[in-house]
Design a protein around this ligand. Sequence first.
Ligand code: GLA
Length: 388
Amino acid sequence: MIKLTPPMGWNSWNTFGNNISDQLIRETADMMVESGLLAAGYEYLVIDDCWSEKMRDENGRLVPDHEKFPNGMKAVADYVHSKGLKFGMYSCDGYFTCAAYPGSYDYEFIDAETFAEWGVDYLKYDNCYKPEFVPGRLLYHKMSLALENCGRDIMFSACNWGVDNVQDWIKETGAHLWRSTGDIVDNWDSVKRLLWQQVKYQRFNGLGCFNDMDMLIVGMHGKGNVGIGGCTDTEYKTHFSAWAMLNSPLMIGCDIREMSEETKAILTNRDIIAINQDPAGRQPYLISGNPHSDDYSQMQTWAKHLEGGDIAIGMFNMSDHAQAPWFGLSDLGLDHTAGRALEITDLWTGEVLGTFYDIFRTRVEPHDCKMLRCRVVKADGNYTKPYC
Ligand code: GLA
């Protein structure tokens, strides 16, 4: 097992799409180090689709695009590694990738060997142009076996967008993450939809094989390949918090060479990242919000039990109105017989809000959120009054 917690890094697709190059990857690698992203935990730099020539070479091997990557891919990988980062690439289980470059169908073992030679540490594996007569399950089995036998540790990132009942079989393949959604685009509606689609998948989420809610759009502000509309910084904060809370991989999608201070502050909040990277990797669960409703714009509160006994709470106001959400300690298993209260810290402000018994209530502005870390303490009669 390469890593137990959700991977963190950067991926080229959301902003750059086809517009990738050796220079972009080197500048991004530099910036991941200089900006403190690597120190915050973002270690994988992943090149998505559109990196190859349209034809394989005479030996059937994939060839990096000569104009985009004139020094070849090993040179890029070496540079990325020299910065203390890990290097990721992309392929697809079909005849072609989603952007119509050669796919790995029937070339799985050759491609895995090629990736290993180049020094690849992570493979995102897509699902376009797949032959109809082969079950997707077998194609993910095949590539996972190719990777396991290629002589290098390569993290397997399965990306079939939640089709073919992937949740039932993906763990057979050893994939470390599996896309449980369609593609994200850079707007608030997309964030709301993807989050709500996750409710039904939580029972499959957990240590070593995490539900992948797709790459982050934080800081895109409508620019780039999937920049359709953009979000406010508050919405990006809520998006980041929700992805962190639900154990999603945190793969940055904006142009980090131009990131604002607000974007950086969101992406590098260590307390929020710690919730995502909690070593126990337990399933998050919904404690308020109607899981049977199709209303993806509802106020929702999620909980996750952390290693060591703390509890993370994420209160996400996906609605367009201010809300006064609350939860009871009994929603978490702490009824009165436990004799316990919660000392609660607001992770975005750093403020210790007090010690709460029975219930906690707060106010959340439209599209905003609260991320709380709760410490279980003895109930001693000295409590903070809930917000009224
Ligand atoms: C699919 C994937 C995206 C991206 C593109 C590349 O749509 O879901 O994440 O990799 O292909 O073409």
